[in-house]
Design a protein around this ligand. Structure first.
Ligand SMILES: [Ca+2]
Length: 143
């Protein structure tokens, strides 16, 4: 009985240790978690390029909203790379989705003839674990 009890204690200790090891890696705390609170990344001339970097996790920072302002009508090519699976979306300032690439380490899409105005790049973790995922998104505007 005593032996059984010490085994049980050992098991509990192992479980706690395992839980400790599996603690999620927290992403950088931020406030860009909705269309309304999108971080402003400035203007994007046509022609022009802009790079956006950040990190997301499935636990405490699922998504980042980053806003750019197109100064003129443009064909906009967006490419993204991340250290884990992410979703990459392009939204109008109203929140309407105009392009989406899902669950990949790399993304690429183009939307032609976009009018001048505010657009939001949304990066979302598509990981099944809690790992922090670094990403880089490149915006390339051409007339
Ligand atoms: Ca965020």
């Amino acid at each position: 009985m005593k032996f059984f009890k010490s085994c049980l204690n050992l098991t509990l200790l192992s479980l706690l240790t395992c839980t400790g090891l599996a603690a999620p890696v927290l992403a950088t705390t931020d406030f860009d978690n909705s269309v309304r609170d999108a971080d402003d990344e400035g203007i994007l001339n046509s022609p022009g390029v802009r790079t956006i970097k950040g990190d997301v996790t499935a636990t405490d920072d699922l998504q980042d909203f980053r806003q750019v302002t197109l100064t003129g009508r443009a064909n906009l090519r967006i490419t993204g790379n991340s250290a884990g699976r992410t979703d990459l979306l392009l939204l109008r300032a109203s929140g309407q989705v105009i392009a989406k690439s899902s669950g990949s380490f790399s993304h690429s899409f183009t939307r032609n003839n976009l009018e001048a105005g505010k657009y939001i790049v949304l990066v979302r973790s598509a990981q099944f674990n809690a790992n922090s995922v670094n990403y880089q998104v490149n915006l390339n505007a051409r007339q």
